[in-house]
Design a protein around this ligand. Sequence first.
Ligand code: SIN
Length: 299
Amino acid sequence: MTASIALESATRDAPSQPFEIRRFDAPVGAEVVGLDIGRPINDTDFARIHRAHLDHHVLVFRDQRVSPADHVAFSRRFGPLEIHVLHQFQLKGHPEILIVSNIKENGEPIGLGDAGVYWHSDISYKEKPSLGSLLHAQELPSEGGDTLFADQHLAWEALDPALQQRILPLKAEHSYLAKYEELRAKNPWRPKLSQAQIDQVAPAVQPVVRTHPETGRKALFVSEHFTTRIVGLPQDESDALLAELFAHSVKPEFVYRHTWAPHDLVFWDNRSLMHLAAGTPDHLRRKLYRTTIQGDTPF
Ligand code: SIN
């Protein structure tokens, strides 16, 4: 038996961990209390977590005092991981981890400080956007730094039926570059992209309404960060429709606001949600590590 097969079967047969899944008093989300993702998770426990993720779309695993290697290994249970195009902000020794941070050391940013300042779903600009992302708190500010999640199934279901019929067949273009230069003008430390990086993020065309591949539920799939236009519509009509959908998709009745606690690991479903970083006062330090799971072509 090879070492990796032996390790896998030891994990599958590991003793159960006693943990609870508690739904938030919010439109979406639940917390997982009592599970240590750094310990082996057997198939039964993993199936429970997977089911809860599909039901609640965002899970907050409390008190995860785990290493980057544990974070990567747990993320990989859900699928292969993305390597973010901004390789400047990879964690040393762990290219699958993107550092999200406003901290500068010796005048240089250690991570992406303005990640998530516009509502978005991760990697929607690629032909195969992300299944989900896992963000692990390393250093938290004493105020600010919340992350908001908006349920795009609820957003779809609450749309006027005539508008639902109108947008169902539509497709939209998503581009990583849509707001890149605007963000760089505000945050000059944001790296200038090389031609190789630009080539990695060619725009993708996605359905405006996608179907979750595991639950079959429909979700709105446009974002103010990455969606540039509705394919086939004149620009003014496309702008007006997108503005209406952006405003609708993040109404308070679809949103859970996460206030971080030390060692939280937050795992959200990019096929169901959009998210937004609410912002941190400049003088306070914030650092988190993110892994991003590869997903399927939306339909
Ligand atoms: C992100 O968009 O991945 C970052 C969210 C956050 O920093 O709260």
